[in-house]
Design a protein around this ligand. Structure first.
Ligand SMILES: [Zn+2]
Length: 322
């Protein structure tokens, strides 16, 4: 009976917590990105590392509050033909002229939204606005990390078109949650100044799109070679027994992918730190030491709390199911 209740709770929770990269992954990416920064930035980012981790999933929570949020997390590139999707102009204005804003929004806008976020973060540095720097840093980290996930660039985002439902969370949550702490190498070097952010973001998105086929095919092949009762198993998660992709199956998938999840996670960390650094440089490298004594205004704290409540109580206003 007790087990049944626990199971119900965890199933409800997992329906609710449909975060891209999961709580764990997004938090980890922002956390490690701090270590890639130069000392002039580290002085502010290090003491606020737990904020950056905790608020890495705010954009996903916002999907419960406003309907415009959903499309900022992905782009269904296959809607625009085949790799490298030359029919889609990379510039927002040209893309709108060709396809209309409604169409672009319907199929996801992540590469453009990252550029909007970079603009906001740069402004925040120029104004030396502590709350805005932290909030926009945490959130650009989220969108950039999403753009590194292959299935965030495909309309078959949860394997629903190829009878592989669940693969979304399998790739971006189950694999890193099982392996990252023990096996991933998070020694990544230093953040880089990005001279052409638009080109940089599109390159990352196209890398993701290029990997979609492997992500799907390798899971399919492995599933065909594995009995159902070895693919899924009741295993412990946060002290509860849950039915999930079996550890053995997860490791086998990771091996077939030749550690793709780790590579994308490392690249996400590098990209996030580089975006933070680029915004700071473009704002004229303001002295951040003077901001270290600041804390969040009661107004910002109230906004965070509101966001949390709408997530806890609401239903996601997703353009689609994640
Ligand atoms: Zn997301």
């Amino acid at each position: 009976m007790k087990k049944q209740i626990s199971l119900t709770i965890i199933l409800l929770l997992s329906a609710k917590i449909a975060f891209c990269w999961g709580f764990y992954g997004h938090g980890k990416i922002n956390e490690i990105a701090v270590y890639l920064l130069p000392p002039e930035m580290m002085v502010l980012y290090k003491p606020n590392s737990s904020f950056l981790q905790e608020h890495a999933t705010d954009p996903d929570k916002r999907r419960y509050a406003i309907k415009e949020e959903g499309c900022r997390h992905y782009i269904d590139l296959d809607h625009y033909g085949e790799y490298p999707f030359d029919s889609l102009p990379r510039q927002w204005k040209k893309a709108v002229e060709k396809f209309s804003e409604d169409t672009l929004t319907a199929h996801g806008i992540v590469p453009w939204h990252i550029q909007t976020m970079l603009f906001r973060l740069t402004k925040a540095f120029e104004q030396k606005d502590f709350s805005s720097i932290m909030k926009n840093s945490a959130e650009i980290g989220h969108y950039m990390a999403d753009a590194h996930v292959p299935l965030h660039t495909s309309s078959n985002h949860n394997g629903q078109k190829t009878n592989q439902k669940g693969i979304h969370g399998f790739w971006e949550s189950r694999v890193p949650e099982l392996l990252a702490e023990k096996e991933y190498d998070f020694f990544i070097g230093k953040a880089m100044y990005i001279t052409d952010p638009a080109a940089f973001v599109w390159e990352r998105v196209l890398e993701s799109a290029h990997a979609v086929d492997s992500v799907l095919t390798m899971e399919k092949e492995l599933s065909q070679a594995t009995a159902e009762n070895r693919k899924f198993a009741f295993e412990e998660r946060n002290g509860l027994m849950v039915r999930q992709y079996a550890a053995e199956f997860t490791i086998a998938y990771n091996n077939r992918l030749n550690n793709m999840v780790e590579r994308r996670m490392r690249q996400s960390i590098f990209a996030v730190a580089s975006l933070w650094y680029t915004a700071w440089v473009n704002a004229g490298q303001p002295n951040l030491k003077s901001l270290t004594a600041q804390s969040f205004s009661s107004e910002s704290i109230a906004t965070f709390e509101q966001l949390n409540q709408s997530w806890l109580q609401g239903k996601p206003m997703l353009g689609r199911e994640e």
